[in-house]
Design a protein around this ligand. Structure first.
Ligand SMILES: [Zn+2]
Length: 384
């Protein structure tokens, strides 16, 4: 067992991190001339394991055996309780300058365990421009024992000044068979179910697990894939668009409500809630602040859920294109092969439909009203 066990299909990345952890250990003892890189940027498509890789690397840097996976230090890092690792997870749509400045100050304090002080910044692409400037200063002149691990979908998501000061770690979309293997081995899922879920999730490890274990998630995905068959007229197309948006909202609400309740309970307790559930004076502000952050997180989760649904829909047309071109590659939605075969249409029309989905995703990213954007897409999908 090592700290890298949860990384799926990322052999080259694991090798890179192992030798970097070895160089880090040498830098601590003063042996070798390699030195330590203080800023790292982990990139890769959603679900490929950017933050899993960053966390594993943090554990390897702090472990006396460079990432054994079973010592106290490794356990603490992997379970998120190590005093020298701070994980930053922007709750809302963006991360502000005040929060970043405070973070930079905390990051400069010396490590309690004598090795490194590590900041793991998930979704670093969500920092505001001013926040990025504050971060840049910290990365330009890093304290001797501070290491920044930034995560973002691609290098282009960060300003070039930050990007150019980071060493890149590039994760790939793991192949479906590697994802299926891990579901079988780690989660004890039946091989058939694991294989179908891994294909449907298209390399997103977490989503594959949800599809394999959560009946609701499977049902929602099936509803999305039924959309093309429902576009029989303008009325039904509008109805299908509305259903898509509503389903994404419902999913985000369900996932968000669970997190919100846990966080609120933890904060109320930390602020000194009485046995009868009364809060001490002067704590209303902190609770309100948490509520605001949770609201903006739910907004982001709605957007993410809708984007995931659009990617599922795109997988349908991608499969259709594979059929139309006789490309002979594996279908994402193999269970729909018969329906796809009888769908008819030309490859050109299918490509136009795929473009309509991608355009809709771009418009949502640019904050267009979701219902309007998805309706426009549904109309384009109908006519082809
Ligand atoms: Zn260890």
């Amino acid at each position: 067992m090592t700290v890298y066990d949860d990384l799926v299909g990322q052999g080259p990345v694991i090798e890179q991190l192992q030798s970097a952890a070895a160089a880090g250990a040498q830098a601590l003892t003063g042996e070798g001339g390699g030195g330590m890189t203080h800023a790292w940027l982990f990139t890769g498509p959603p679900g490929s394991g950017r933050s899993t890789a960053a966390r594993a690397f943090a554990a390897a840097l702090l472990c006396p055996d460079q990432g054994c996976g079973h010592c106290a230090s490794c356990h603490q890092v992997l379970s998120g309780t190590h005093a020298d690792v701070e994980v930053v997870r922007p709750a809302g749509l963006s991360y502000g300058v005040r929060e970043t400045r405070e973070l930079v100050l905390r990051a400069a304090s010396s490590p309690t365990g004598g090795r490194w002080r590590i900041v793991l910044f998930e979704d670093a692409d969500r920092s505001t421009e001013q926040a990025a400037n504050a971060l840049l200063k910290a990365i330009e002149e890093p304290p001797a024992r501070t290491v920044w691990l930034l995560c973002a979908p691609s290098p282009d998501d960060l300003v070039v000044t930050i990007r150019s000061r980071c060493r890149l770690v590039t994760l790939r979309t793991p192949p479906a068979h590697a994802v299926a293997d891990v579901l079988i081995r780690r989660d004890g899922i039946e091989p058939d179910v694991a294989a179908a879920a891994a294909r449907a999730a298209q390399g997103h490890v977490g989503r594959a697990k949800r599809l394999a274990t959560d009946e609701q998630a499977r049902r929602r995905r099936a509803e999305v894939l039924a959309v093309p068959g429902r576009l029989t007229g303008v009325g039904p197309a509008v109805g299908a668009a509305e259903a898509l948006v509503k389903a994404a909202e419902a999913e985000a609400k369900e996932l968000g409500a669970e997190k919100d309740a846990e966080e609120t309970a933890a904060l109320r307790q930390a602020l000194g809630e009485s046995a009868k559930g009364r809060m001490p004076r002067g704590t209303a502000g902190a609770l309100k602040e948490l509520e605001d952050r949770q609201k903006s997180r739910t907004t982001r989760m709605k957007r993410d859920a809708l984007d995931r649904a659009l990617l599922d829909l795109a997988s349908y047309y991608r499969d259709l294109l594979v059929m139309q071109l006789g490309a002979g590659v594996e279908l994402v939605n193999a269970e729909r092969a018969r329906e796809l075969r009888s769908a008819g249409g030309t490859p050109e029309a299918t490509l136009r439909r795929l473009e309509a989905i991608m355009e809709c995703r771009e418009r949502l990213e640019a904050n267009v009203n979701p219902l309007l954007a998805v309706e426009a897409m549904a109309m384009a999908l109908r006519t082809g």
